[in-house]
Write a protein that binds this ligand. Sequence first.
Ligand code: FES
Ligand SMILES: [Fe+2]
Length: 307
Amino acid sequence: MSARIPLPPFPRGWFQVASSEELTPGAVVPLRAFGRDLVMFRTQGGEVRILDAYCPHMGAHLGVGGRVEQDGIRCPFHGWVFSGEGACVRIPYADTIPPKAKIRSWEARERDGLILVHHAPGDEPPSFEVPPLAEARSAAWSFHMSRRWRIRSHVQEALENIVDPAHLVAVHGILEWPRTEVEVDGHVIRARSTVRQNGPGGRVVDGVITWEGHGMGYGTIRFTGIAEVLFVNAVTPIDEELIDVRVAFWLPSDGSQRLGQALAAEICRQIEEDIPIWENKIYRPQPVLSAGEKGIMTLRKWSSQFL
Ligand code: FES
Ligand SMILES: [Fe+2]
């Protein structure tokens, strides 16, 4: 827990650790998440596997020089082979395998171009799944681009931003204070904001932004108004001080891609406007709020189930 943000740093749930294209078949990639070192690899059969990084034998990092062997990984130091479930399946110079030759394996999912890992204290199984993204599977929508930022903040701070209507005016230059309604349904949170925006040719356009969060790590945000844009907003704790914020955009395949692309660039610019605030603020457990800001407390109550 950091002194600046006294919240448990590593929530329970699904968190993005990579994009699918970062992991070609046979690739081995070292990861850092939840204050731990991990190794991610893609088996010859195409499955994503994630294990703790350090070999139980003599402690080599499997993500640095490890090689995929069928559905497992071979340690670079003495060649022990571990299955994707973390069991040692072969020691090249011994016939018996010590029962303790095991590595913790992590539940992983590959969804719509994203690689997600489940984090929970102990080894609790997932209590929910991230739903498929209909637009990513539809010819009516096309993938546009993705971005990532590493930020000195906490997952909850990045989510509070979505239900904080007043900052949209002060930080991002939105024309009017939007109305934001937030509702919670178990592990899912939904927020709907009505936003007045400057459109092309000096037109003022009323847009709607809807966020649907499935746990704290994964959410979708849909924009309508000047342009239709959908993006996945994924926030992952790296260690007690750092988070990764990732966005992946889809745009309607027909119609004006240009406006959608401009809005996607604007959303990225707005995240970059938020970063200096997030990196320097403290967390107020009891903030002094004004009218129209109760969504922040709704979000905090929802978040607390994962912390
Ligand atoms: S350290 Fe991994 S096989 Fe020896
Ligand atoms: Fe913001």
